[in-house]
Design a protein around this ligand. Structure first.
Ligand code: SF4
Length: 418
């Protein structure tokens, strides 16, 4: 699900409001999918070493060359082998002939009045029958900049409050495509050394522009575990993108058997898309609950590797009017979480076209928050961000499915003779 975070005052100047998508045709890749070169982005060091040996780098040089490439790719953000000054000209040429570091096609960039940015990225079909599109959202705050990253095109789950849930799964993203979302965001924000931040952009008042990553975009990350794991291990590699695992959060709707693995093998922070405190209601709001009910989910949370007060689990709770927002719900929530190091993010519902719910009254959200707070749990009310560009929590949806439907209807129109 998509993200919604605290609003706070920004030091940076306000960007000019530009809610209309800005077409990015100039960024369209020059090559077609058929002639696509393999990318070196998101390869492990071992895979990178094998790629280098494949183009004739002597084995005894491989380690050094891998370290050089790693630095240029992830620390400097280079996409052009020719700029890698400590690599011989001959090797730069061989790399460029065989591989690419190109970013994906950036279709549009939208900038909200509040500085939130949403990028629509297009990736090759890779088995989907046609190129696919996904959305990535950047939310700047005073002390941090959070990137909400997608893990799938569409989603197999059908959480009823979530716009992405109305888009059936088209395909999983590869680790390269997950890392690419971070790289594009850093490009667009000038978050690489020697790069410039666009004038007027709203960014954190200190530190890195992309300081936090949340796997809360389109898709269920634990249904694409291997690619998500590979990408997050690269994102947290101390010699590259170097994002602390404390600043990477994986959000799941509750794929219970994979939760412990996420903790052991990735070691990032965990968020749970909870939204209801009784199985009957959660079966409707988050239907995976029918498979993994609340007691199993909460047991898995209590056993999350490394769980402590310094590594609390975040529970996301969307506030739906007269559905899950009563004081009784708040009491039950506190009872369920008893003894668990946890924090609850209360998310005012962000409507989308055709959504079946209304947002709770503000007063009711405050009553709810107050109860949970007094029980000892931090329960910030997340101010919606980027609503004017449909970038807020639960609003993400790409055209990948709708395009297919439009095509199908067109074809049907032809066959029906209209
Ligand atoms: S909330 Fe997450 S898991 Fe549920 S439908 Fe939306 S994207 Fe999928």
């Amino acid at each position: 699900m998509a993200v919604s975070l605290d609003t706070s005052q920004m030091r940076a100047a306000r960007a000019t409001a530009r809610p209309q998508p800005t077409p990015m045709a100039a960024n369209a890749p020059a090559h077609t999918e058929a002639e696509e070169k393999p990318s070196l982005v998101s390869r492990s060091r071992e895979e990178l070493g094998n790629a280098l040996m494949h183009i004739g780098v002597p084995e005894k040089q491989v380690r050094m060359r891998v370290a050089q490439l790693w630095h240029w790719i992830y620390v400097r953000g280079f996409t052009d082998f020719d700029r890698m000054t400590n690599v011989s000209k001959d090797l730069r040429q061989r790399l460029a002939n065989t591989f690419t570091l190109a970013r994906p096609e950036l279709v549009t960039e939208q900038i909200s009045n509040d500085g939130t940015r949403k990028w629509l990225l297009r990736f090759p079909s890779r088995g989907a029958g046609r190129p696919v599109e996904i959305e990535t959202v950047y939310v700047p705050e005073e002390g941090r900049g959070t990137l909400c990253v997608s893990s799938q095109v569409g989603c197999t789950l059908t959480c009823t409050f979530c716009h992405t849930g109305t888009q059936t799964l088209v395909r999983n993203l590869t680790s390269e495509e997950i890392i690419a979302q971070i790289m594009v965001a850093r490009d667009r924000l000038g978050d690489f050394p020697d790069a410039y931040t666009p004038q007027g952009a709203i960014v954190p008042n200190e530190g890195r522009m992309v300081s936090n990553v949340v796997m809360m975009g389109m898709g269920e990350p634990l249904y694409n575990f291997n690619e998500v794991k590979k990408a997050l291990l690269i994102a947290s590699d101390g010699e590259g993108l170097s994002l602390s695992k404390r600043r990477i959060t994986l959000s799941t709707s509750g794929v219970v058997p994979m939760i412990a693995r996420a903790g052991e093998e990735i070691g990032c922070m965990l968020a749970i898309s909870l939204h209801a405190v009784r199985d009957e209601l959660r079966n409707k709001l988050v239907p995976i609950n029918k498979k993994y009910p609340l007691n199993e989910l909460l047991d898995a949370c209590r056993s999350y590797p490394g769980l402590s007060n310094a590594k609390r689990i975040t529970f996301e709770y969307v506030m739906l009017k007269d559905v899950n927002d009563s004081l009784d719900d708040a009491k039950e929530l506190v009872r369920l979480l008893k003894g668990m190091p946890a924090k609850i993010n209360l998310i005012p519902f962000n409507p989308w076209p055709g959504s079946p719910y209304d947002c709770s009254e503000w007063e009711q959200i405050e009553i709810f928050a107050d109860y949970v707070n007094r029980a000892g749990y931090a329960s910030p009310i997340r101010t919606p961000r980027g609503r004017d560009i449909s970038a807020a929590c639960g609003q993400l949806k790409s055209e990948s499915e709708r395009l297919r439907r439009a095509e199908r209807e067109k074809l049907e129109g032809i066959s029906h003779g209209d």
